[in-house]
Design a protein around this ligand. Sequence first.
Ligand SMILES: [Zn+2]
Length: 70
Amino acid sequence: MQTEEILERLECVSGDYPQYMARCPAHNDNRPSLSLRDLKDKTLINCFAGCEAKDIMNAIGLELKDLYKN
Ligand SMILES: [Zn+2]
């Protein structure tokens, strides 16, 4: 899955390629604390509140493997 397709499922997306911020779907996020980085082969995600990548992806109906682009 492409990074753009993940971004489409998130709220309050800001930033420009390759670095974005969005509201974390896995916790009650008042302001965007989820960072996303568009890498060559995958999307790197990190919640500053410490949410697991798996929980973040599940919250938007995706799986961990969807972080990979092929
Ligand atoms: Zn979070």
